[in-house]
Design a protein around this ligand. Structure first.
Ligand SMILES: Cc1ncc(COP(=O)(O)O)c(C=O)c1O
Length: 393
């Protein structure tokens, strides 16, 4: 009997190991140490806020108070930070889970949502697991102004697919681009005209790097139904605590309808854990200082990268990085970015993400994580430079 008789088409058993993962596994089996210049797990980069263990040992967590929106104390602390009402908030186990809830709320199987390209590769899975199609809209790069949304393309994608939601990442991963003030108004109008919800993923919002100061949250506006996503995994570099949140906004009647339905979904899972929720009011007061410390590291590493590869006569280009944790290095198109990444790993033991992981239109882009401890980052950049110099010779 065919296996599809048993299983849905949403998940494949094919582990889909790309050539880089296969090479990395071989090098590891040969005992080669790898310097992972794409490390995005902050707990492997020595970034921990103060007081996490103390905040987690709260006796209140011995009791179970199921609340579909999440414990009131946690939502009150969050509402204070976000300048909203505790009842506008839903706590989930992660931002990724929150996407799943929102796709269930907004879409029927087969419906479409619009997602940015280049963008975060998890979308195809998050949407696919809900039976939803993730349809890309383009971001275009203009040096040195940065990335712009192709608004005409967005309109066409909406018309062609009848999409139920527009997903924006503010700032986007990996392009680091914030939604620009002029784009903000256009996107809200676009969603309102098309009867579409706006989902704004703002996990990297506090990590502004080269931004001009005009960046802001899409929360708190009434022009269209809006869901703002965030969580501890980026705000305080604590992905292991598993706590994310949704802030619901928009025209009051629509917002009320959305929250009543979202409550049913959240009540079905009750997935945010008490230890993380009880820790939140203790952790949040330290968030701004922690973000400031982390930003200093990101800026320092970005400076090292620009020093090595920037400059008008350089054959390389560090793309404008308004925010986030990733820097993009554009190389002359001598090889595909996959071949560059494979060659670098083999020759120098340095791992980077090739642009194709994020659906870049142009070849030759490499994505580097700015999170690494600065001496390690500098060592990785040094080896990367040595390798690239040999290639373009
Ligand atoms: C843009 C973006 N959103 C969400 C997430 C996932 O966050 P969480 O750990 O809360 O699921 C990531 C993780 O890298 C991300 O890059």
């Amino acid at each position: 009997m065919n296996e599809s008789t048993y299983f849905s088409g949403r998940v494949s058993a094919d582990p889909h190991r790309n050539r880089l993962a296969i090479l990395a596994a071989r090098l590891a089996s040969e005992g080669r140490a790898i310097l992972n210049l794409s490390e995005s797990n902050p707990t492997r980069c020595g970034l921990f806020p103060e007081g996490v263990l103390a905040a987690l040992s709260n006796a209140a967590s011995l009791e179970y108070h199921p609340d579909p929106r999440g414990l009131p104390g946690a939502r009150q602390a969050l509402a204070l930070r976000l300048d909203c009402e505790p009842d506008d908030l839903f706590l989930a186990a992660s931002t990724s889970e929150a996407y799943g809830w929102l796709f269930k709320l907004l879409c029927d199987p087969g419906d479409a949502v619009l997602v940015p390209k280049p963008g975060y590769p998890l979308f195809d899975y998050l949407a696919g697991l809900e039976g939803v199609r993730a349809i890309p809209y383009r971001l275009e790069y203009k040096h040195a102004d940065g990335w712009f949304i192709d608004l005409d393309g967005l309109e066409q994608a909406a018309a062609a697919t009848g999409a139920r939601a527009l997903v924006v990442i503010n700032p986007n991963n990996p392009t680091g681009s914030f939604i620009r003030p002029a784009e903000r108004a256009r996107l809200v109008d676009f969603c309102s005209r098309n009867g579409m919800a706006l989902i704004s993923d703002e996990v990297f919002l506090p990590y502004a790097l080269e931004a001009d100061g005009s960046q802001e949250s899409l929360g708190g506006q009434d022009g269209c139904l809006t869901f703002i996503l965030d969580g501890l995994s980026k705000l305080m570099c604590l992905p292991q605590l598993k706590l994310g949140w949704i802030r619901v906004g928009g025209p009051p009647a629509l917002r009320g309808q959305a929250m009543a339905r979202l409550e049913v979904i959240a009540d079905t899972y009750l997935s945010a854990g008490a230890p993380a929720m009880n820790a939140l009011p203790l952790l949040l007061p330290g968030a701004d200082a922690f973000v400031a410390r982390t930003r200093r590291r990101l800026l320092l590493n970005l400076g090292v990268l620009k020093e090595r590869f920037g400059g008008d006569d350089s054959p390389f280009r560090v793309l404008r990085c308004d925010g986030g944790w990733i820097a993009l290095l554009e190389c002359p198109r001598i090889e595909t970015d996959e071949d560059l990444a494979l060659g670098l790993l083999e020759a120098e033991g340095v791992a980077v993400h090739p642009g194709y992981f994020f659906d870049f239109e142009r070849e030759g882009c490499l994505a580097l994580s700015l999170l690494l401890e600065p001496p390690r980052f500098a060592e990785g950049v040094d080896r990367l430079g040595r390798f690239l110099d040999r290639i373009i010779e």
